[in-house]
Design a protein around this ligand. Structure first.
Ligand code: HEC
Length: 142
């Protein structure tokens, strides 16, 4: 009986801890994000988010992207991405391109890279503010 009680308490404790982690790690929205408002974003906060090893539940941007020219990880270097983003898709502003790159990574594939490499879940797990902060930061990389 003692043992049963112990394992019951342990289970309760673990459940409680699990919930605590979930609420601190994720600030996502119930509906997938659709758009960005980079003007509402804070670039320094976006830089800090970009550099997190874990963003939402998974590997963060920095695990696949550098901002240095000569260093290509799993994804392309994002050096000068604010400028490059202006000419990626005809008629799309750099802010809109960067926003779409995060929300729908397969919408435009960078030459030399394959589809489904960049995770598609940021639209579900980032908050609107976090997304806007990250785009505001990418727009400083010109
Ligand atoms: C698991 C690796 C991985 C992670 C994590 C990742 N990306 Fe990517 N990303 C890629 C790959 C691969 C590409 C190229 C293929 C494509 O365009 O989808 C890419 C493309 C991009 C592009 C387009 C670059 C260009 O030159 O046009 C942007 C912008 C971008 N990612 C930003 C981000 C941001 C911001 C995050 C974090 C919120 C992030 N990525 C997380 C792998 C990743």
């Amino acid at each position: 009986m003692k043992r049963l009680l112990f394992s019951l308490i342990l289970t309760l404790l673990l459940t409680a801890c699990g919930d605590a982690t979930a609420t601190t790690a994720v600030s996502g929205t119930p509906e997938p994000l659709q758009a960005c408002n980079a003007n509402a974003g804070d670039a320094p906060t976006g830089k800090a988010l970009f550099e997190q090893d874990v963003l939402t539940y998974y590997g963060g941007c920095i695990t696949c992207h550098t901002t240095q020219a000569a260093v290509t990880l799993q994804g392309p270097s994002l050096q000068n991405i604010a400028t490059i983003a202006n000419s990626r898709v005809a008629g799309q502003s750099n802010a809109d391109y960067l926003c779409q790159s995060i929300l729908q990574p397969n919408a435009y594939l960078v030459e030399g890279f394959e589809a489904n490499q960049m995770p598609p879940y940021y639209a579900n797990w980032l908050s609107q503010q976090e997304l806007d902060d990250i785009v505001a930061y990418l727009l400083t990389l010109d």
